[in-house]
Design a protein around this ligand. Structure first.
Ligand code: SF4
Length: 394
């Protein structure tokens, strides 16, 4: 049973969830102060899935119970619930506690350094603090260690808070930082010692001090995608355009674009990196404009319209009866199809049946796609990319 209530909602200028941004760009703290949140259906869905996951942990329920009409959401939340419960069982012992949506503060370093973790287990028996972060998206991979090998700052912040909150006399010498991102990489854990946690504490304090100095530095990069100031930030815009070698002020923009077929491989690699930054910038522009229109503010040349409607039966039973009465045979109105393996697994679980699917299922990739070099998936040989061999599902 979880041992803590859900924490109250709230935001901090120096929240752990935004630490990647404010550590990289000290000026972003003041640049985005007071700006409204951008509406994002992805963010709203992420919040909903996190709330469902917390409720499921607190009530000891499965994802199918808390998200009965959202099978995709169940496939994201259930692996997280399984991961937390397995860790809780593995680290069980006298004094072990599971803390769900608990707020952790680093008041010793700075009063605004705090954040709300998804799940933390404190296990005196194993001298371990275990932290999990659920990532519900697929687009941006999150790993328990950053590209330079240091611990993920967000999870590390929660772990530091948990280390400072353990009762006097409790000895902890190990931190396990786990990311659960079912749509991009699955479950990954980094084991961290106290010396590395001390380094993180020093980095966080240094980041706060750099952000609070007069005229802090602007530094654009991947982290800009999460910054509310991005739509109007000159540093972000200039970096994105410069790396793409574009000049949006040019009278004839097409004339400034280079034919990709003439680019050398290093230039193509640079352009791909730039494309990611430009994507982020364009997304922030769209989200900002949508927010303005939704608030009734004018965006010259643009308006809000209804999305295209999709026809559906007002009442399926009434419609079927009317159609059969009109002469349509019943077997022409209904179709019967086998559920997908994931759906069958859910049905079997609901019925408490152990149905081995292994030999019945195969995974067929729809083809090869591009990914950065640090993506956890194995690289595909160029020839194999053209004709995928079905792999047994394990
Ligand atoms: S958009 Fe990027 S460069 Fe500009 S303030 Fe935000 S994080 Fe800094």
């Amino acid at each position: 049973m979880p041992d803590a209530p859900i924490a109250p909602a709230g935001h901090s200028r120096f929240g752990f969830s935004a630490a990647e941004r404010w550590l990289a760009c000290p000026a972003s703290v003041t640049a985005q102060a007071g700006l409204p949140e951008r509406p994002s259906s992805y963010a709203q869905r992420g919040t909903r899935l996190h709330e469902a996951a917390a409720v499921a942990l607190l009530r000891q329920e499965d994802a199918a119970t808390v998200l009965p009409h959202d099978e995709e959401g169940q496939d994201i939340v259930q692996p997280y619930l399984d991961t937390v419960r397995n860790a809780r069982a593995r680290l069980d012992g006298p004094g072990t506690v599971l803390l769900v949506e608990r707020q952790f503060r680093l008041d010793l370093l700075h009063a605004e350094l705090w954040g709300t973790s998804d799940a933390v287990i404190v296990s005196p028996a194993y001298r371990t603090v275990w932290c999990a972060d659920l990532k519900t998206g697929a687009g941006h991979p999150v790993r328990p260690r950053r590209a330079d090998g240091s611990i993920n700052v967000q999870i590390g912040g929660y772990a530091l808070g948990a280390l400072l909150a353990v009762p006097a006399g409790t000895i902890i010498d190990t931190v396990e930082a786990t990311v659960v991102q079912p749509l991009n990489g699955g479950v990954m854990t980094a084991v961290v010692g106290l010396a590395e946690m001390a380094d993180l504490a020093a980095d966080l304090l240094d980041g706060v001090e750099r952000a609070l100095k007069p005229n802090p530095v602007f530094l654009a990069g991947d982290h800009c995608r999460w910054c509310l100031a991005a739509p109007t930030c000159a540093a972000f815009r200039e970096t994105a355009f410069a790396s793409a070698q574009l000049d949006f002020a040019a009278p004839d923009m097409a004339a400034t674009l280079t034919d990709p077929a003439t680019l050398a491989p290093p230039d193509i690699a640079r352009a791909l990196t730039a494309a990611s930054l430009l994507d982020d910038w364009i997304t922030t522009i769209r989200e900002t404009a949508l927010g303005m229109l939704q608030r009734g503010e004018a965006v010259p040349g643009w308006k809000l319209v209804q999305k295209r409607g999709r026809r559906r039966w007002r009442d399926e039973e009434q419609a079927a009866a009317a159609l059969i009465a009109a002469g349509l045979p019943k077997h022409d109105l209904y179709e019967m199809a086998l559920l997908s393996p994931a759906q069958v697994e859910r049905v079997a679980k609901r019925r408490k049946l152990d149905v081995p699917l292994g030999a019945l299922v195969e995974s067929i990739s729809s083809g090869a796609t591009m990914a950065p070099e640090d993506d956890p998936r194995a690289a595909v040989q160029a020839g194999a990319a053209l004709g995928f061999t079905p792999q047994p599902d394990t």
